[in-house]
Design a protein around this ligand. Sequence first.
Ligand SMILES: *Cc1c(COP(=O)(O)O)cnc(C)c1O
Length: 675
Amino acid sequence: MGVNEDTLQLQDEFLSLAAVDNFEECYSRDIKDGLYFGLPLQPIIEAEKRLRMPVASAKSIAYFSMEYGLASSFYNCLVSSRTANADNKIQEHEVFSNYRLADYFFTLKSNKIMDLPIYSGGLGVLAGDTIKTMADYRLPAAAIGILWNTGYFRQRFWFKYGQVPEEMHWDPATYPGLIPLKNKIKISLKFEDIYLRLWKYYVYSYDRSSVVPLILLDSNVEENNEKVRHLTDQLYRSDNSWIKLMQRIILGMGGIVALKELKYNIDIFHLNEGHAIFAFVESVKGLDKNQIEEMRKHFVYTCHTPVEAGHDRFFSEDLNKIIKKEDYEVVDHFGREKSWIINLTMLSMKAASKINAVSHSHQKVMHLQFPKYEDRIKYVTNGVHSHTWISDRFMSLFKQYPGVFKDIQANPMILSRAGELKKDLKFRESLWQAHQANKEDICGFLSKWGLSKDVLTICWARRVAAYKRPSMIMQDVDRLIEIAKEYGPIQIIFAGKAHPKDNLGFTFINEMLERVDKLNGVYNLLKIIMLENYDISLAKMLTSGVDIWLNNPLPPFEASGTSGMKAILNGVIQVSTLDGWVAEAADKNIGKIFGYRSEEGKLSSEEDLHMPDDSKALYAALEEMAGLYYQTNNKGTVDLPSRWIDIMIDCLAAGADFNTYRMLDDYKRIVWNIP
Ligand SMILES: *Cc1c(COP(=O)(O)O)cnc(C)c1O
């Protein structure tokens, strides 16, 4: 057979496994010649076949999550031959700063393909990193999510007004790698049937030899009434309990029906947060008590937050109006908190056979919050996907030391040996240069603002939520200016979206914009840059190139946190409170730990942010770090033996523990029970 026939056969085989809607008109040019939007088609065929095999040797996993953070702008980029829809690109980022030469605002032009707009923050990025790692590990796995037709939201800063959320629009039909299937599924509810279209997006391993299919559910089909069609519009944007419940029902029940429709045989149903718990309700339809017990063994549940708003509660009567009697009885049995309240966290804990927190400190908090389940609540500390988050320059640096970082591609845990290079001046110099080059990328990106690679640069970037205390570093700007006068100038970069319904988060952004606005005539000492629309590609640039990654959540409310993990993989030093993953790295010399510590064995309040004391402690920490930084980087001349570079190396070594490979090894052992 000739090459053409071979690849034609691949295309046919693919189409027999994935019934692509509109194939001829829209996708036939991107799925041909053995390629799928530029990447190999063969691994897709293998994954599709493997998931359809009867459950046998290798246990298969279905991972359910409300959100997935996947950026095709810089990792395993899928490309389409169709002209990119302008809506699927990031056109610009607005910037707000204390730079006064022209205007407060400048716009950064950008032309990159936007992240798949189906996530809001860390939870989604973790889900994305998890399925990428499942592909790297060649696990038989599928992921289930929702196709959010209008994404999360687009953030605008308005002067004197703060963050203004704008609806975003994108075009799923032309997003590279995303394909609609002909398959439609039906969920039967009490008073109506609703229909969902299935989409697929294939997530490749780093070496592109295996994939995990991500199935996205979409209620925007003509069979549904207008209200139902809009259910999969916006992620986390509604307060309306009918909408919230229906979205959870779509993810859970819809997910199970979708897996059946695709003939995937699944062993383990992994619920990333309680949002997906209706998957259990769907799975036990028509089963007797013993069979339900048996089914529980197949369900595992990961809890991601100690914050009250993260636990879903609904009026039982609202749910009773939506789902059928037999389904309601299951929810009632497992998830009734009070006679009139259904609690999805409780439902998840009672239904799942395994429960885990996402860090050791989060496990302790969960034990206090849910003492009845203490024995069953384990922990698996989160991680980040090293292939996504280690910058190219650092990866090449590691590859220059194959004796130490042997096989780092497949095994980032080898980073634990970084300390062996501490005395190697050549390594220290290359490390510093790689860091400076990454930092120059940021300075180049923000060139209008005149940033310098030889100025201490601090970044705070993540979701803006009260417990993360975004404005802490701005509590006393005069103090920052004093530190800058004493040791050297400071550059601060800030980015993050506040949930539009989170009034407190919103207030933080206003407060910061106002403080930046009041800064006058100090631009040579203190530059503060606020970037709109934080996303994964900004995260990649910032976590790999600033000097200090600032993380100041109120302990013990950060279940894990992951952005600092991205930073340490690039030798970026931490200034952090003792919370989440940092508590497990505090003795690893990753930077400076400061501030309030929650009392062991006691649940403290989310209300008291400890802002005055902790901001003072932060300034003291920054003073020390600024001193050390300017001893290390003296106007561009680096002091290679400096303790700063020791800390950078210790950060790299700590990265061995905080990646998704270690995390999946733990899930296999502790939660999934697979070899
Ligand atoms: C990593 C990441 C987060 C999570 O940051 P935390 O500090 O863990 O809260 C949020 N948003 C984006 C875009 C990220 O890449």
